[in-house]
Design a binder for this molecule. Sequence first.
Ligand code: FAD
Ligand code: NAP
Length: 333
Amino acid sequence: MSYSKQLLSHNTMRIDAKCLGIIPIFDLRNIHKILVEGLSPLRVIGGGSNILLTSDINAYVLKNEIKGIEIIDEDAEQVLVKVGGGENWHQFVMWAISHGLGGIENLALIPGCVGAAPMQNIGAYGVEQVDTFHSLIAVDLKDGISQTFYKEDCNFGYRESIFKHEAKDRYFITHVMYRLQKSPTVHVAYGDIQNWLDQYNISVPSIRDVADAIMAIRKSKLPDPAVLPNTGSFFKNPIVPLAHLNELKESHPDIVSYQVDDQHVKIPAAWLIERCGYKGKRYGDAATHKSHALVLVNHGNASGKQMMEFANEIAGAVKAQFGVEIVPEVNLW
Ligand code: FAD
Ligand code: NAP
């Protein structure tokens, strides 16, 4: 069978790179067939909203198209939902809200597929997918055997999981199970959400109000990849020891930070990048967004190599000025 090799329309940074073939996967049989045929090496892709293609890819790319949202267990307080890894994440959030089920409304409008959500433990506005995660089913691409991973197996952290480290490129996540609440508590601690609710005089917000707030904020702040190609936050927000923050405060008294634990704080990478003069800066077609320094954008024909050179320059400037390492959140292919 001949497969398309062009990854241009499969990555939201719109990098024009090729692979050995893009193979749609609708069910387990498709995966087993690929393994029997001995096609290798293999990579997995969902919506391509968190990858940077640094060059052509010497691998077959399995495109997750496994669909389905099914309630598999239920009690008075919660439901257990099994979701196909190829379902669109935002559509799943909308499904949950339309069924009055809470827990993932703060994650509205995150691009990509459900199967990729555990990969970096997606998070936004004070909520992470680990908060509702129950388990996932993944096929080991070495032997085709399906395994169940529970929370304790995944080593979830801030934009982290084993699937970004020791289990990288080994598994195809086919389904994810989430526990959603019938009488949810809403999370509105992030200032932008509260401001939006105040603007509309909403004092007791529903899960739909929270999702509406977040969708409106995101649309006003973030570039739409369909209009200006990007992968969201390019770098992770660095977590540094409190002592380092206190040193930085001497020369930068207005530095922004959020407490992580007794000894550590998170500094918004956007703040550091902006202070280094990189907000809205352009390097050929590679640039940082004019209103969000953490979002690298492709103004047209940037190659993955150019994007990476620009990203390295930014990280170098932040290190030189603040002594803080910022590392890519995006997966480098
Ligand atoms: P892809 O980019 O296709 O893949 C990402 C990685 O996961 C790859 O390494 C791939 O091999 C692996 N992978 C994908 N599917 C599978 C699978 N089924 N099994 C095994 N491995 C797999 N992220 C956040 O956390 N919070 C945000 O608020 C957020 N906002 C964003 C806003 C914008 C505008 C954009 C463009 C991105 C944003 N992101 C955010 C990043 C991105 O949307 C998420 O990381 C999302 O989960 C990626 O899904 P995807 O299907 O596009 O993954
Ligand atoms: P923001 O609200 O301007 O805040 C900047 C950073 O400060 C955020 O990254 C956030 O860290 C942190 N922060 C803000 N308020 C906080 C609070 N009350 N408690 C703890 N930390 C706080 O950020 P933004 O860029 O507009 O993004 C809003 C949310 O969407 C954030 O959660 C962000 O992570 C998420 N987002 C993620 C991506 C991505 O690609 N990963 C892209 C766009 C937006 P956290 O990142 O830890 O939340």
